[in-house]
Design a protein around this ligand. Structure first.
Ligand code: ASP
Length: 354
């Protein structure tokens, strides 16, 4: 992976209103058609040609491109650490950050960044597009323009949204509450179990009560993620062989257990034994509901009481994307058992309502 600074054609304003760093990672947003009608990554230095409105802004724009540009299905924890590092290195001299990213895994990346950037006091806005920037009906232009505006918005000299967010199709969503729900239409993301942070119409309306407060401490960027994790999605009829192959995977450190309803699981003896044995071997299991709305409430039903008793951690209303990245982040810190349990069951960046 290389980081390349792209010189864009927009003239720098004499008196910039804000200084924004754009980090371009790839995805549909940055694609154009070549003469053979294949989608290829767009030459970002020509951004103003595709988005002439950029010339209307009085923003100082800097673009860093992570190369090669990737389809976000290929994103990895190393990419997240690199994005966090780029934000850290450019934090002091920028007012906000816009990350251009494929939509497929944007909710994972935004969740991971939310954990890596502790005490963030500036906006980090992920955005992308469903239709490539090179096409007439692209949504890239509108998404990018509003994301830049949100990243630049301040009140009394402070950013309005000091959070990692996803801006897409008029909605500003906390990054670790976002879920990709559409692969065809423009409304690709929804906010799960949490209100919107802002909505763009004729103006951009920010919902202050939903936005995280400004931190008291300065930014701390974390540098470790542990990806020895698994997601185990239960279904009626799941076999011991499948569950065992996951829970006994060599080196496994954490599991997101996707359960039914309010955190319920079958009470078959073999399943409970396999789960209990995993917990005894030091594997951290976070119970997350398969329902899009609602929350895990371990102990409410008999079918979740056993999970609670054996030391499985209730994930409350967290999304799977935020849960798997939370495991990577917390276990990456190599804390003692009590602290690990406390962080996994707690609210780190607004990803759960407790
Ligand atoms: N496959 C693309 C990606 O996630 C889809 C997109 O950008 O919307 O990179």
């Amino acid at each position: 992976m290389d980081v390349v600074k792209i010189n864009i054609d927009t003239a720098a304003p004499a008196f910039p209103e804000a200084s924004i760093l754009i980090i371009y990672t790839g995805g549909t947003v940055g694609m154009v058609y070549d003469e053979k009608h294949h989608l290829i990554p767009f030459n970002f230095s020509q951004i103003q040609e595709k988005v002439p409105e950029l010339g209307n802004f009085k923003y100082l724009l800097t673009v860093l491109s992570i190369e090669p540009a990737i389809d976000s299905s290929n994103v990895s924890p190393e990419d997240w650490l690199l994005m966090a590092k780029l934000i850290e290195e450019n934090y002091a001299n920028h007012d906000g950050f816009v990350v251009l990213h494929g939509t497929d895994t944007m909710a994972y990346s935004a969740s991971a960044l939310s954990y890596l950037l502790e005490d963030l006091d500036k906006p980090v806005i992920f955005t992308g597009a469903q239709v490539p920037i090179g096409r007439t009906r692209t949504d890239a232009r509108a998404n990018l323009i509003s994301a830049l505006q949100i990243a630049a918005t301040k009140i009394n000299g402070r950013s309005v949204v000091p959070e990692v967010c996803i801006y897409f199709h008029n909605l500003l969503i906390r990054g670790n509450r976002a879920k990709k729900v559409e692969s065809r239409h423009f409304n690709a993301f929804k906010s799960e179990n949490y209100p919107l942070l802002a909505k763009a119409g004729i103006s951009i309306d920010f919902y202050d009560g939903a936005i995280l407060p400004h931190p008291q401490l300065s930014l701390k960027v974390h540098r470790q993620l542990d990806n020895r994790m698994a997601i185990l999605k239960l279904f009626p009829g799941i076999t011991p062989q499948v569950v065992r192959s996951i829970l006994e995977a060599p080196g496994l450190r954490g599991v997101v257990l996707e359960t039914f309803g309010a955190g319920n699981a079958p009470t078959s003896a073999w399943l409970l034994e396999l789960l209990q044995s995993a917990v005894h071997r030091g594997i951290y299991i976070l119970n997350v509901s398969q329902c899009d709305e609602g929350r895990v409430d371990q102990g409410r039903y008999e079918t979740s009481k056993h999970l609670l008793n054996m030391g499985i951690i209730g994930g409350a209303d967290i999304t799977t994307e935020a849960a798997i990245t939370k495991l990577m982040f917390v276990l990456g810190q190599e804390l003692d058992h009590e602290q690990t349990i406390r962080l996994l069951g707690g609210n780190l960046r607004g990803e759960v309502s407790l």
